[in-house]
Design a protein around this ligand. Structure first.
Ligand code: AMP
Length: 190
């Protein structure tokens, strides 16, 4: 099984590329951001709680996020692997993911970072706000907070997998197809 983490700051193109990779390599795409937005749409208790954090550009607490993700992974059934998009975002989430997957005897094969600089990200997300309808995309202060949270709380996840020699980095700038080719080259080597 090819279990992959697609990693990168908000607006780095993880969602777009994860959909394409899932199709090409027959992987199950799990996006915790999409799962939270679905819970919000359905006005669930979990959704209401998550929204308090998402609207400020903060991370939803680990115990909520890990519990939700674990249920999803356990009900994933037969697939050639999972592509994780937006998870793990803290070291505690990475440790929880590793222990979940080692129980299933299907560890993470690689974490791939889409490398994009902060100013490019702000511009991309403001542009995405025109069509995404996401409250956390529409305000520059919140976008900058999301980037800060990425740099302080999420970036250590790269080091965590790097120390296991599983972290790769590709340039996340260029056309969608260029970036997809770079990602496919990494996938084909795994
Ligand atoms: P995304 O769609 O991945 O940009 O996620 C949107 C928002 O959902 C984030 O800014 C967080 O508030 C929340 N979120 C998504 N995934 C996670 C996660 N793994 N841990 C904590 N919060 C998350």
């Amino acid at each position: 099984m090819k279990n992959i983490i697609l990693f990168g700051p908000p607006g780095s193109g993880k969602g777009t590329q994860a959909v394409k990779l899932a199709e090409k390599y027959n992987l199950l795409h799990i996006s915790t951001g999409d799962m939270f937005r679905e819970e919000i749409k359905n006005s669930t208790t979990l959704g209401k709680k998550a929204k308090e954090y998402m609207d400020k550009g903060e991370l939803v607490p680990d115990e909520i996020t890990i519990g939700m993700l674990k249920k999803r992974v356990e009900s994933s059934g037969d697939c050639a692997g999972i592509i994780f998009d937006g998870f793990p975002r803290t070291e505690a989430q990475a440790e929880a993911l590793d222990s979940m997957l080692s129980e299933l005897e299907n560890p993470i094969k690689a974490l791939i970072l889409l490398d994009v600089d902060d100013e490019e990200i702000v511009q991309r997300i403001l542009k995405r706000a025109e069509t995404s309808g996401r409250p956390d995309d529409a305000n520059e202060g919140i976008i900058r907070n999301r980037i800060e949270v990425f740099n302080s709380e999420t970036a250590p996840v790269f080091s965590y997998y790097n120390s296991k020699e599983l972290a790769k980095k590709i340039k996340g700038v260029g056309s969608i197809e260029d970036i997809f080719s770079r990602l496919s080259a990494v996938m084909d080597e795994l």
